[in-house]
Design a binder for this molecule. Structure first.
Ligand SMILES: [Fe+2]
Length: 312
């Protein structure tokens, strides 16, 4: 039975790191999210234009790690049937389906993916009151997608196809070597998740959608004026047709401002794009060049929390 309608969207990403105060200041004062709650030492940040109760959560820890990647699903029954399938296949659950105590509540299950990332799938989360962003407001409207690094990307992609029902819509390669697999969920957005080939497991980047191209460029400019290095951009990818501007957060996780990602049809045929074609990575041709510096930032540092559940 196909489970391609299981996941409706990306809800939030959690990070842990020693430098919690620097990181809180980055996501609220620089990146443009709103700190909305604190619970047991975890800080929650919402995007002003999004009904999700939060899109980023931060926790102080001696280790630098991704705490959780959370996806939405349409019903409690979906959460239960996913948990049953995971248990049948001996996938390690962190907790069985239960009422969640985090902002917005809901009903969810947590488990480790193939590489040891913590994944949460939840339903019935109470939406936050949000607002339409004003013209010129250069803060994120919502979370768009996240990309993860894996030393065994083909196996990771298969795992996400099997359990979360993701479908590959496009791949990137260079000289026959596959570099990245872009995956969609039930909604038509080109990708909500992607897996990159890398030397270690880590977060590749987390991406936030801006109100429009004007607000995207204003945001990229604002961060540069505030002294943040624009790692790569501003440009537009052929894959997904979205604009990109990549920066580092306070501890070196890569974060992206994006806008304009395309939708895909259900009968979409998988494209394989070659990054040695200059229009694939940088359609507009105005971005700084992609190269080793960008690649190293995207590889990030090895995640120090694999197969370890965060306390919240
Ligand atoms: Fe991206």
């Amino acid at each position: 039975m196909s489970n391609s309608n299981l996941i409706t969207h990306l809800r939030h990403v959690g990070f842990a790191m020693p430098q919690i105060e620097e990181q809180r200041a980055f996501y609220s004062k620089e990146w443009g999210l709103t700190e909305v709650a604190e619970q047991d030492g975890v800080y929650f940040f919402a995007a002003e234009g999004s009904p999700e109760p939060y899109v980023i959560r931060l926790r102080k820890d001696e280790k630098k790690r991704a705490d959780v990647i959370s996806f939405g699903t349409g019903s409690r029954a979906n959460v239960d049937s996913l948990a049953e399938q995971l248990l049948r296949d001996d996938v390690e659950l962190i907790h069985e389906p239960k009422e969640l105590s985090t902002p917005g509540g809901g009903y969810g299950v947590r488990f480790f993916d193939l590489d040891g990332r913590v994944i949460e799938v939840s339903a019935d989360v109470e939406p936050r009151t949000y607002r339409e962003l004003e013209p010129g407001e250069s803060i994120p409207e919502k979370i768009s997608h996240c990309v993860v690094n894996s030393p065994t990307p083909e196996a990771t992609v298969e795992w996400y196809e099997k359990y979360l029902g993701f479908r590959v819509v496009e791949t990137l390669h260079a000289h026959e070597r596959k570099l990245m697999w872009f995956m969609r969920c039930a909604n038509p957005q080109h990708h909500v998740f992607a897996v990159g080939s890398a030397p270690h497991v880590a977060m590749h980047h987390v991406s936030f959608e801006m109100r429009g191209v004007d607000e995207f460029l204003r945001g990229v400019g604002r961060l540069q004026r505030d002294g943040h290095e624009l790692i790569w951009g501003p440009g537009r990818h052929k894959t997904g047709d979205n604009a990109y501007g990549y920066f580092s957060d306070a501890v070196g996780n890569t974060v992206e401002y994006t806008v304009g990602m395309s939708d895909v049809e259900d009968n979409w045929e998988v494209n394989n794009d070659d990054v040695t074609d200059p229009e694939v990575l940088d359609t507009w041709g105005v971005s700084n060049a992609w190269g080793e510096h960008v690649v190293q930032k995207h590889f990030n540092t090895p995640d120090e929390g694999l197969f370890v559940a965060p306390p919240l």
